[in-house]
Ligand binder design. Structure first.
Ligand SMILES: [Zn+2]
Length: 81
């Protein structure tokens, strides 16, 4: 069994990797490769930097601090009622 995929394999499957559609063993191999290979990690960063793709692949953006603070304030208000 070949756990660690080649650079070519990794780059061919990066989109699926981001989408989370690969089998677990495959994802593990790519995950490991990305931590050891700066070339493929750079390709991954490039893919993630594409705004439209990033939105499609990575889901909603992290909450902005303001919204989080307002939510926290609402929660505290509810508790004090
Ligand atoms: Zn590589």
């Amino acid at each position: 069994m070949r756990l660690m995929p080649s650079c070519h394999d990794v780059q061919m499957e990066l989109t699926e990797y981001l989408e989370g559609t690969l089998p677990l063993r495959r994802r593990l191999g790519i995950w490991l490769h990305l931590r050891l290979c700066r070339v493929c990690a750079g390709v991954l960063r490039g893919l993630r930097a594409l705004p439209l793709l990033a939105r499609q692949l990575l889901g909603p953006a992290e909450p902005v601090p303001d919204a989080a603070l307002r939510a926290l304030a609402r929660m505290q208000q509810k508790q004090s009622d």
